[in-house]
Write a protein that binds this ligand. Sequence first.
Ligand code: NDP
Length: 485
Amino acid sequence: MTYPTQPKASHFINGAYVEDTAGTPIDVIYPATGKKIAQVHAATPAVIDHALSSARNAQAAWAALTGTERGRILRRAADIMRERNHDLSVLETFDTGKPYQETSEVDATSGADALEYFGGMAATLTGEHIQLGEDWVYTRREALGVCVGIGAWNYPTQIACWKGAPALTCGNTMVFKPSETTPLCALKVAEILHEAGVPAGVYNVVQGMGEVGAALITDDRVDKVSLTGSVPTGRKVYAAAAAGIKHVTMELGGKSPLIIFDDADVENAVSGAILGNFYSSGQVCSNGTRVFVHKNIKEAFLARLSERLAGAVIGDPQDPETSFGPMVSERQLGIVEGYIAKGQVEGARLVYGGNRIKDDGFYIEPTVFADVTDDMSIAREEIFGPVMAVLDFEDEADVMTRANATDFGLAAGVFTRDLTRAHRVAAGFEAGTCFINSYNDAPVEAPFGGSKLSGVGRENSKAAIAHYSQLKSVYVRMGDLEAPF
Ligand code: NDP
């Protein structure tokens, strides 16, 4: 397929594409073939300075628009994204290797949802009035200023929008740095925002590796940092932001539990386990990779799971029939192969997959281990690939203790037909995002984020507004003011 994957230039700053070939070249590799499909250059200090000064200069005028005006522009951008869903999905598939069957449903569309939802909310942002006898206080909900967004490689369009939409709604400007592995999609988001009427400098994209992110975070012109990435990167970014007392949102990794009781609908539970482990070839932060299955239904669950996995269509991700694509990179493939080897060495029973599939492209089979114990590496560490660990349990209290025995706290799920148990278990989970008889739904209306090491703050929903704005409180005295002398 011929498709224009090479962007017009590496960066989008102050309303225009910008190039500086002095920056380190970054090859963009199509995960399905291992072939180079584009090249961008990392931002040089001059490019970073240009982006930050543009964002700073544009912020006051953008914040001075009414919410209705800002919202109208963002909703227009949402419409354009939906109109271009096909092209954006093809590009997302080239950038990430995720099947078009997925990208055409959940990437640009979920970005558009965020632009539409927050755009619709922009006009409703208000402070409050607090009466104090004759006097009173009013609060103003104000922008933070310049926000830096730093993205992971698994959802490049979605992350660019999930951070940009609430930030811009609140009157902030943004400099977004995509992962160096998937640099293409965020440029399209910037282009569309600009076309919809977002003024120059309000949403900028710069490319680069971690050091570009680090340079952005430590700059005095930046007021907030929102990262989607791993826990080790989160620690570094959080610490760097702390030095400047900057606001942060951290969407980090997970090793989430999915508990399947013996009264569950097994077919639905298998669907939940598939969605929570193999969508996007397992490269989803909230995945329920520790699947606790009640001993009474374990063999039935494994048998049906294997049957269903045999129906996965593995192949060219641009083919709409393909339902399972490659890993994003050779590096990530190597990490996954390493964990599969560890699972076998540490004594887990391989019940499905485990093999690399093709020589070209970074493909590995959906893989299931059973008889996994809590201490095994595949049960403790985030793999970020299509490797499911199935663990046995018999008792609710015991499985809850085991489910929560992790430093992560991003997501958790339960399958049961027992209503009170479902809510009791959801209340007991130490996780920010929970599912009952479902897995990995992420509607823009619902808060998304983690507890414990999995993060700080929430994306999406009304809750995101609190993380992209600050309250100013204004005391108004109506009478004379007394002082001691
Ligand atoms: P990384 O943590 O490796 O990178 C995330 C981003 O941070 C990249 O853009 C990276 O740049 C940048 N970065 C790296 N070092 C620094 C630094 N010192 N200062 C500033 N920026 C830096 O994550 P991956 O891209 O490998 O993504 C996978 C991880 O993301 C998984 O752990 C996953 O769980 C998590 N994730 C969390 C989600 C959530 O919402 N909770 C959603 C999706 C993923 P570069 O890579 O270009 O060097």
